[in-house]
Write a protein that binds this ligand. Sequence first.
Ligand code: TRH
Length: 392
Amino acid sequence: MRWDIFCRVIDNYGDVGVCWRLSRQLVMEYRFAVRLWVDDMIRLQRLCPAVDTRLAIQSCRGVEVRHWRHPFPNVTPADVVIETFGCELPENYVSAMAGACSRQHDQILDGCINITEEGTQRVWINLEYLSAEQWVEGCHGLASPHPRMPLTKYFFFPGFTAATGGLLREKGLLAQREAFQSDTVKFWRQLGLAPPAATETVVSLFCYDSAPVSRLLDSWAASVTPVRCLVPASHLLQQIAGWAGIQTLAPGASVLRGNLTLHIIPFLSQEDYDALLWACDCNFVRGEDSFVRAQWAARPLVWHIYPQQDQAHLVKLEAFLDRYCHDLMPDAATAVRTFHRQWNGDGNLDWSGFWQFRAQLQRHATAWAEQLARFKDLAYNLVHFCKDRTNH
Ligand code: TRH
């Protein structure tokens, strides 16, 4: 099967993060021919340093990476077309999909089957954002006929249940993580740091600027046991520099305040970022992709959800917390809920109230990852969804 995956970067790294991860998995595990069209090569390169930002066409890790520019070239559409996060496909590309359809119009019974040039059925998917909300199950897989052309687009929703598209998870990921977690010394050396002492709590910090970062750092500085915090380079550094009373902070810098040692590290490749999450005792993550990876890390996590207008994100946050806290003891569940609400904006911040449940949260994180891993992963579901709708 040939796949075209379209990615328009709205902001940050989540859109391209998901697209790049999915593209690689389709190549690695299914040997499909994948073309990834991405409009922001610089962001892709930060996730995968092997990408050359100057090239319009290149092969990277088995994926054909195409810089999505205007005007869009006249190419033959693939068998499976993935429009990610409603990014809107180029008009001439959609016309090409429809053109192939209308040439075969006689064969089209209901007017909305997509046919490729070879006469096979083409599948057009809109890959949506992840949400733990209940309604996702009802909308996953729904078909939407194009208003003017003989084309159908299917909505594909990632999610936390078997009735959704699932979560991205590469084959063998959990085993790989377990092997890594049994010996992290090499990883710390690669970062140029000593392996943490048994008494240290190690955290990674990745969040939006709006999080109460200074309050968190204050609590760690005042903590009775040592805290080591790793911060990959991002906008956040300005805020942290302000907190530390330093002009600027760059990768390689460390800040010591009370019982807190802060290490600024470079923005890591996707693989190295996974390793960071695996190596830490607790991960502060955000958006979509780092949030999912933190769940596979099987370590306690704190999610900073992508803020939306009218506080719509808070509904999504609660939907996740409902699922995540379901099997926790009531006091630990309350602590997780409270800390997430605080981190996502209610003003206070009680780190010790959250972290006093550390042992329970750790056991829960392991069980949660295992529970999620019982569902089929997103790439598997996507491939089978598409195979069922093509004659491949
Ligand atoms: O970067 P994000 O905030 O991305 C998104 C986008 O803003 C998007 O528009 C929005 O809709 C979505 O969030 C919900 O957060 P996310 O999704 O976690 O993506 C970050 C990616 O960056 C992820 O693939 C992990 C990767 N990453 C690294 O590879 N190295 C690093 O050092 C870090 C910190 C992250």
